[in-house]
Design a binder for this molecule. Sequence first.
Ligand code: S3P
Length: 171
Amino acid sequence: MIISLLGFMGSGKSSIGRRLSKMMNIPLIDLDEYLEAKEGLSINEIFDQHGEDFFRLLESHYLMQIVKSKEDLILALGGGTPCRKANWKYIKKTHSVYLKRSEKYLFNNLKEKKSKRPIIKNLNNTELKLLVKNKLADRSKFYEKAKMIIDIDLSKKQIAKIIRDSVKKNG
Ligand code: S3P
């Protein structure tokens, strides 16, 4: 089974994925890192050299490749992965979990972590706040298609435990 983690940039997909992976003894694939390793380029380089549309095609391609491998996995998606309709053909085959966070949490977390993220790297804090507000409003309808939504303010460890327990209970 694949447990996929969805959510906005800075929601903790990768770090909760790492915890869950250790806790459940299941390997973790971070889609952004997988794509970077396969392409031999960073996300920033892909955006700069080929543009966002090309990045989105790569993202869909590798998502398909990973889901088709049918292994037991924790899969941390990119923040934009669920927002392309075609990707749901694959996301729906997984146990999808939306890590729902407030605008405030996302802004505070992202303001120190802009540089590796082409969509926000050149924004000042006022612009970042606005982008979080607007993009989160646009994207929520996609994220909320997940099978499970976690929107409580708990530690990453507690969130990982909740996901593990729910997967165990529901198979
Ligand atoms: C993106 C999120 C990033 C990465 C790319 C685009 C987005 O992943 O895929 O920079 O559109 O929200 P994280 O959510 O891991 O930052």
